[in-house]
Ligand binder design. Sequence first.
Ligand SMILES: Cc1ncc(COP(=O)(O)O)c(C=O)c1O
Length: 443
Amino acid sequence: MPGGTDSNFRAWGDDTVYVDRGQGGRVWDIDGNEYIDLRLGYGPVILGHGDARVDDHVNERMRRGVSFSLTSEDEVEAMELIKQMTGWVGKARMTVSGTEATMHAMRVARGYTGRNKIVKFEGQYHGVHDYALISVTPNDMSELGDEDNPVALAWGRGIPEAVSRTVIPARFNRVDVLRRIFERDGHDIAAVIVEPILGNAQAILPREGFHEEMRALTREFGALLIFDEVKTGFRIARGGAAEYFGVTPDLVTYAKAIGNGYPAACFAGTDEVMSVLPDKVSHGGTYAGNRVAAAAVVATLKILRDTDALASIHQVGRALQAGLAEVISERGLPYVFTGHPAMFGIMFTETAPNEYRDWANSDHDLYDAVAMGMHARGAMPEPDSREPWFICEAHAREDIVDRVVSIFADSLDAALESRAAGANDHHFLGMGTGEHVAATPTS
Ligand SMILES: Cc1ncc(COP(=O)(O)O)c(C=O)c1O
């Protein structure tokens, strides 16, 4: 495997972790080291690893056969739960990954509007298809181009410039930049796709009114609004970010938390917009709606609907933030928590970030050093500071807060000591390394 892994995002050089198993809120690597898992597979494990309520249901259903490329009751029930819990979705279709879900949502938007271009925000990650890998995570912010007219920056080679040019990068929390983009290209903009909380860039929050203004602007120019809720969906609220922020998009993508780690995802929208399927827009997939994924969705969403799992998760997140805040304040460091207690980031900085470019102003080297120190001490947050910490329901049962806070404190002290001694911070390889290819600016 290139980099020794099946995904570039797990290839951490000498720090690469090879996992043996997970249970509840913990994982063990192949050397037997135990970690409190704060990555949770980049967010999907909402209840805990190996949750018997989900696994038993999946096991029972999968014995009836897994793949038919025919429609099963499990899929119908899964998509009915999505409708019921969101309250606004009219129709939904399953995919296997979040990548496919955003790819299809973008295509539906283009098919419905008859327009070609998609606006996305710098720093946002919508998966690994060509239309998504634009202006995602460069370390060097100057590569993103002029602040008022950002360039489409492809993450790596192999993405045709013709594709890059159909994606217009915008800046999160900057409606003025968005308006300029619409005034210039509005006639050909099919949709704005947004992670309602910038989940892949330190979980940066929208400023008050941002989503409402974006909703109004897209309507004004006849474009659609796509919420990419792959991370926020069924995590920050039962009805995801749409419920949390009180703004209803036209299309939405869900994955991760809907299946507690099983490879389940979907794209969904209003009846009106989704009416381009099945006749006018292509969508299919051998594994779309496969029984394992659909059964996992049914079991997971019923638990999230019928129990106080989310409330417990949010409570653990808040308690953890309180403990961490005390540790950081005692050491006199500036810090800001970003995101929601169920998925939050820690930035060593004076000012709350508004957009991806602000990451550069935080002391992310210190964060990296602390995160790697935590790995050595038995807790595993994502070592790249752009990715939030995730909480699952099992963390509440396992009462992890004090242990994580004490591991964090020891790791922070060690990082500060080694910095004071002039040693280099432990640099994490980082997602923003590697080649980025700029499309020629359009204007
Ligand atoms: C917001 C968002 N969209 C899309 C994706 C892509 O999902 P997947 O990795 O399942 O393809 C991710 C994955 O992290 C994500 O966080």
